[in-house]
Write a protein that binds this ligand. Sequence first.
Ligand SMILES: Nc1ncnc2c1ncn2[C@@H]1O[C@H](COP(=O)(O)OP(=O)(O)OP(=O)(O)O)[C@@H](O)[C@H]1O
Length: 316
Amino acid sequence: VEPISLGLALAGAAASALTGFISYPRLYCYFTECCLQRPGARAGAVLEQELDKRLFGQHLVKKVVVKAVTGFLNNANPKKPLTLSLHGWTGTGKNLVSKIIAESIYEGGLSSKYVHHFVSTLHFPHRQNITQYKDQLQMWVRGNVSACARSVFIFDEMDKMHAGLIDSIKPFLDYYEQLDGVSYRKAIFIFLSNAGAEKITEVALDFWRSGKRREDLELQDLESSVSVSVFNNKNSGFWHSSLIDRNLIDYFIPFLPLEYKHVKMCVRVELESRGNYVDEEIVTQVADEMTYFPKEERIYSDKGCKTVYTKLDFYL
Ligand SMILES: Nc1ncnc2c1ncn2[C@@H]1O[C@H](COP(=O)(O)OP(=O)(O)OP(=O)(O)O)[C@@H](O)[C@H]1O
């Protein structure tokens, strides 16, 4: 082979590799994280599979989250961003679910540069700075959605957010095609809060007392009462919020309080993930150590699965 033709052949190969790289963004995204990384159908399948495997005792959550997120990701032309509001008792899986949603869309999950996690007490602590927070929040959201339409925003501790602050992002959640040249329609907003937990527990407990199966509880039994109680709760972060008023929250997702058997499932998973043998005696001991309410029936774990892991340290 002559040096010139070899050189030409190499140059040709390099050029075609380069155009291949450019014309196949997916290949490029194999090496570096990209916005809109995973196709909708694939993300939906991952989401369903992971929720089935990792989330216990939340049949309503599974159903609604899979339907809402998959439907949204598969819609090439959504009319507004997806807004999910997750409500329930502490330690029932709200952070876990938002993590699983993030991981289903971006491999990096919560560490992805397209997933943004705000914690009210950390990022917006002082009531007197609310005007400044409103401006910052608008800037953050606008900047990140400009960089990637499929940005995910998670707002934790909504019940500790100062009333009125969340309304500053209302325009982004509405049915606008564009605002100042930016379309927010492909973004996902997830709000987490303990507000509404009492109402959810009340309904679940009534259901249990009337001898019905937990799995027969339907979303209709809870959704509207949760949204009303959150709207009217002064400490919900959504107090008289125009997001609720204007129906900009697509789904209110109720997390049921966890029972003894769910706590045991959490202990087993933790034992396995630490590479330990699942000793049923330890599982029972840890579950027995948790406290349960109401006082008479002792059905629901006070802290859900939250302190299971530290309690387990004691036995290992
Ligand atoms: N329903 C569940 N299924 C499986 N694991 C769970 C469930 N609920 C909680 N856990 C586990 O318990 C721990 C605490 O859960 P998580 O942080 O998701 O609770 P949370 O509802 O967000 O609580 P908080 O309202 O206090 O923030 C996590 O490690 C999580 O994996």
